[in-house]
Design a protein around this ligand. Structure first.
Ligand code: KIV
Ligand code: ZN
Length: 513
């Protein structure tokens, strides 16, 4: 007998993007959307169209491109937000408008300054506006985890009558516990007379590390949509992680009465894509997508796995895409093979010129590194996008970094600033520190360095290092990325990329609610 469907609603590009520094450009959103659709995500929440013109355009572009998944935009419960959202998702094959208003006493009183009856009226009106655009309307009572259940029953009955087709129950501040949250979903379904007319959804935050547990408890109590993000990205401690939800439901089919339609082999590529774009690296021991998630270190474990994998493995690494990072190309691969692999990865370069430039980078990399993997190509394309952005401001021309035991390291750098070559030398506690100081002595950005991290893209000492630099200036936080087989060069590229984003005239999307 076939099981009920559990709808996977991905909000990486909306709630995930609300993490400071995780803002994405339209092109980045299109790449993520392509991968989400490939993974067979049911609903893609592409952004918050009323937040900025940039986010409106990004949601619209995703709506135009995606064909199989539903495309959703978020809107507060006011007419302007909903009309912006409706217009942005209109081109989608299956558009959804997601509107919300807070329902907890603290939010209604202190944030909205509205009486509960006014909140109900506003919510009902919002759903009616949304229905002018689509019959696929989702309503969320924000901070439901701290709302009064009698009030939730009243407002939700009314919005269902007004035409909402999905009711999403958010634990906005990550306050609830699994048993209580599951019971809340069950009670709402049992007490609201028209509850059978809608799909019940949950949206859990991870402030107490319980987002996945709370979501799964809700599923066991009748929720049939889970809102989640790749790598658990999201506000503060993040949202429920998509990969953990999907694999828990799949691995414990003995317990769950439903199943997802996700192609799990696309999980690791999606994780790498999102961490590469946002600069939020994945901790090695993170479930499913961490580098060590399938590594057996203890001798006794290794011995068991060699005798029979299921002694210590409840899932197979290849089922979640760990082997998808195929050896793809090498030094002798031609332009057509390169282009074909990019197409398979969902990367469409805007022009022949861009393809030629990316191919040249590929050849340069193949000279240094004999085996080129998908992850290398992804990094290379990000580099290409970075170059694009860089045209306006700074470019790295050359770098010499020197370190020697017993000597103070120094770096000598040449940077193109608005077309003019500038050179500087600086000492530092290490070659990276010296490089950053040398760059600063040219650009004098005064930005504060919030984060510096290095990750190897593939394994082996010839791997490219992928560096993330997070800078903050005047309340703006940006992430810069750079990749190179030389990590000092990768660091310089990342720092310059972050500076370019700070100076960029291109509006980065930053839809903080
Ligand atoms: O956490 C939350 O309450 C939200 C809503 C907008 C669904 O993100
Ligand atoms: Zn949220």
């Amino acid at each position: 007998m076939s099981k009920e469907k559990l709808i996977i609603f991905d909000t990486t590009m909306r709630d995930g993007e609300q993490s400071p520094g995780a803002s994405m450009t339209k092109e980045e959103k299109l790449r993520i959307a392509y991968q989400l659709e490939r993974m067979r995500v049911d609903v893609i929440e592409a952004g918050f169209p009323a937040a900025s013109d940039g986010d409106f355009e990004a949601v619209q572009a995703v709506a135009k491109m995606v064909r199989d998944s539903q495309v959703c935009g978020l809107a507060r419960a006011n007419e302007r937000d909903i009309r912006r959202c409706g217009d942005a998702v209109r081109a989608a094959k299956n558009p959804r408008v997601h509107t919300f208003i807070a329902t907890s006493p603290i939010h209604m009183e202190k944030k909205l300054r509205m009486e509960p009856t006014q909140v109900i009226a506003q919510a009902v009106q919002a759903v009616k506006w949304a229905r002018e655009y689509t019959d696929n309307v989702e309503f969320s009572p924000e901070d439901a985890g701290r709302s009064d259940i009698d009030f939730l029953c009243r407002i939700l009955e009314q919005v269902i009558k007004a035409g909402a087709t999905t009711i999403n129950v958010p634990d906005t501040v990550g306050y609830t516990l699994p048993e209580h949250f599951g019971a809340l979903i069950r009670s709402l379904r049992e007490r609201i007379p028209n509850s059978d007319k809608v799909v019940w959804s949950v949206h859990c935050h991870n402030d107490l590390g319980l987002a996945v547990a709370n979501s799964l408890s809700a599923v066991l109590n009748g929720a049939r949509q889970v809102e989640c993000t790749i790598n658990g990205l999201g506000e503060r401690a993040g949202n429920a992680s998509l990969e953990e939800i999907v694999m828990a439901v799949r691995t414990r089919q003995d317990v769950f009465p439903c199943e997802t339609g996700i192609d799990a082999t696309q999980i690791v590529p999606a994780s790498k894509l999102v961490s590469g774009i946002t600069g939020f690296t994945v901790q090695p021991n993170k479930a499913i997508v961490g580098a060590n998630a399938f590594a057996h270190e203890a001798g006794i474990h290794q011995d068991g796995v060699l005798k029979s994998r299921d002694t210590y493995e409840i899932m197979r690494a290849e089922d979640v895409g760990w082997n998808a990072n195929k050896l793809v190309l090498g030094k002798h691969s031609g332009r057509n093979a390169f282009k074909a692999r990019l197409v398979e990865l969902g990367v469409v370069l805007p022009s022949e010129e861009a393809l030629n430039a990316a191919f040249k980078r590929f050849k340069d990399l193949a000279d240094k590194k004999h085996e080129i993997f998908d992850a290398d190509l992804q990094a290379l394309i990000s580099e290409e996008a970075i170059e694009h952005l860089e045209n306006e401001n700074y470019n790295l021309v050359s770098l010499t970094a020197h370190s020697e035991t017993g000597e103070l390291p120094y770096a000598n750098i040449v940077v193109l600033e608005d077309g003019a070559e500038k050179q500087a030398q600086s000492q530092g506690s290490g070659p990276v520190d010296a490089t950053f100081k040398a760059i600063e002595s040219i650009v004098s950005s005064g930005a504060e360095l919030l984060l510096y991290s290095v990750n190897n893209i593939t394994s082996g000492t010839d791997s490219q290092g992928e560096v993330t630099v997070r800078l903050s200036k005047s309340g703006r936080i940006v992430n810069g990325q750079g990749a190179d087989t030389d990590i000092v060069v990768a660091s310089a590229k990342a720092y310059i990329n972050a500076l370019n984003k700070l100076h960029s005239k291109l509006e980065r999307l930053n839809p903080q609610l």
